[in-house]
Ligand binder design. Structure first.
Ligand SMILES: Nc1ncnc2c1ncn2[C@@H]1O[C@H](COP(=O)(O)OP(=O)(O)OP(=O)(O)O)[C@@H](O)[C@H]1O
Ligand SMILES: [Mg+2]
Length: 474
């Protein structure tokens, strides 16, 4: 419509519509005088109405009303007899009619324009809410940060109608990393904008072509969101409209950071406990056990040399028993066969010691990282003990393989079922231990259907060193 697309001030439009009314009166009058006697009244009236309709479509009600009024007056005065003279009374009447038509047209135009704007604003708001909701859902589902970042740039571009949207992380060493970007031309974010946002930690803009908004995570400037429009069409409220998105991105980053910190701190706790066990085992082996063995040997020699054999020999034999018990104890603290020979022999030893028949199927070509072997050993040990204690099973199957960079364990008994995390601390402890290693632990135990424990432990948690902590920035 002329009234919307061509940015003419409203007062000028009102003036123009009055002029249009006068001009159409003149034209309709000339046409009427010419058509009298040649054309029938109805087709001529229809032709006039068609013109008014065209004006309404092309220029809007503000123009159609005066043009229509003028056309009807001209039709009445100069086409249908009795014909009129244009005297003062006729001019006054014409002026009044046209004035009224222009006023009604103007009022109607303003009202409908407001209604359209309100409708558009409501639509905009609903779209923003929907787009923020989509993003928040991704974050709540714990999606990987990269996916959240990509989605955020897509949503910002959609929401702002900008040509590009880019997410940039400020690194501690002063450099920057582009984490996600979308856009028709993928123009580079101007360095000037990147450094201005970094220096001021405030939203900044380069004319209407590029806007950057800071992303602050836990009080620290983490990165920025940039929107670009080479044609310079970013509106004044772009910064405010982007800030909802930067807050959501900051939430996703903070979430991912605390998850990574939690996993690595749990892994450190488990590793520290395992290390303490190993130290006690070594200390017992190298210290107390060795001294006891030496003492037993000395006793044996003394008994032999001094001839009062029986009593001392008895003490020596008792001492050997204590040494054996101590050895067993230290193995119980940390299975020596596991440290020395690896998971397969250690699981076989567990199976041999179990009072139930245990079928072991372990397919491992090489030694696994120590925390993984130790974790797996304790899982099988506790689950076997449970099968003996609670299940009333006749047979237990244990399998272990490495698949997609993870150790996968499965222990199944054909017993009563009904296992859960509530009854004791054993299964819960295993779940904590596996999750601390970045893995998963599940129990399926329908009543009467046996119990199946499945457990996955990644060989490299977080894609880094076993037991190492996650990336510091995400
Ligand atoms: N294989 C199984 N078959 C049937 N019930 C089981 C089995 N394993 C565990 N349960 C049930 O689940 C509960 C929880 O097991 P969990 O190992 O956590 O505790 P617990 O063995 O009772 O005690 P502990 O803390 O000494 O391990 C048990 O009390 C038992 O009722
Ligand atoms: Mg138990």
């Amino acid at each position: 419509m002329l009234t919307r697309d061509v940015r003419v001030p409203f007062a000028v439009q009102v003036g123009l519509s009055a002029v249009a009314g006068v001009v159409s009166f003149v034209i309709a009058r000339a046409a009427g005088e010419f058509a009298v006697g040649h054309i029938h009244a109805i087709p001529f009236a229809l032709a006039l109405l068609a013109v008014v309709l065209l004006v309404a479509r092309a220029a809007g009600i503000l123009f159609a009303l005066p043009v229509g009024t003028a056309a009807i007056l001209a039709y009445d005065w100069f086409f249908l007899p009795p014909f009129r003279d244009l005297n003062e009374a006729a001019f006054t009447l014409l002026g009044t009619f046209l004035g009224m038509a222009v006023i009604i047209g103007a009022v109607t135009t303003v009202t409908s324009r407001r209604a359209v704007e309100a409708e558009r604003a409501r639509g905009d708001m609903a779209e923003v809410q929907e787009s923020l909701r989509r993003l928040a859902l991704l974050i709540a589902r714990g999606e990987a940060p990269e996916r959240v970042f990509e989605a955020a740039t897509r949503e910002v571009r959609l929401h702002l109608g900008s040509d590009t949207a880019t997410l940039i992380r400020y690194e501690l060493n002063g450099s920057t990393t582009e984490l996600a970007g979308t856009g028709s031309q993928r123009a580079k974010v101007p360095d000037q904008l990147i450094s201005r946002v970094r220096e001021t930690a405030q939203a900044n803009r380069l004319d209407a072509t590029a806007v950057g908004v800071p992303i602050v995570v836990d009080g620290r400037l983490w990165g920025m969101f940039a929107a670009g429009s080479p044609a310079g069409q970013l509106p004044d409220d772009t910064e405010a409209r982007m800030s909802d998105y930067t807050e959501l991105v900051a939430t996703a980053v903070a979430d991912a950071q605390s998850r990574a910190e939690l996993i690595s701190s749990r892994a450190r706790i488990v590793a520290a406990a395992d290390e303490a066990r190993r130290r006690i085992e070594r200390d017992l082996h190298d210290g107390a056990q060795q001294r006891l063995v030496a003492l037993a040997l000395r006793l044996r020699t003394a008994a032999h040399d001094q001839g009062h054999g029986d009593a001392v020999a008895e003490i020596g034999a008792d001492l050997m028993t204590v040494i054996d018990e101590l050895r067993e104890l230290s193995r119980g603290i940390h299975p020596a066969v596991l440290s020395d020979s690896g998971l397969r022999p250690a699981l076989r030893a567990l199976a041999r010691r179990s009072p139930l028949p245990v079928e072991v199927d372990v397919r491992l070509d090489a030694r696994l990282p120590q925390p993984v072997e130790v974790g797996a050993y304790y899982v099988v040990s506790e689950v076997l003990t449970n099968a003996v204690k609670h299940a009333g099973a006749t047979v237990v199957e244990v399998s272990a393989t490495v698949e997609d960079g993870s150790l996968r364990l499965r222990v199944h008994d054909d017993g009563a079922g009904g296992a859960g995390f509530e009854g004791g601390t054993g299964l819960l402890g295993l779940k904590d231990r596996t999750e601390a290693l970045g893995g998963t632990f599940d129990v399926s135990s329908p009543a009467g259907g046996g119990t199946t424990v499945t457990c996955r432990i990644p060989l490299q948690p977080d894609g880094g060193e076993p037991g190492g902590d996650g990336s510091q920035n995400q």
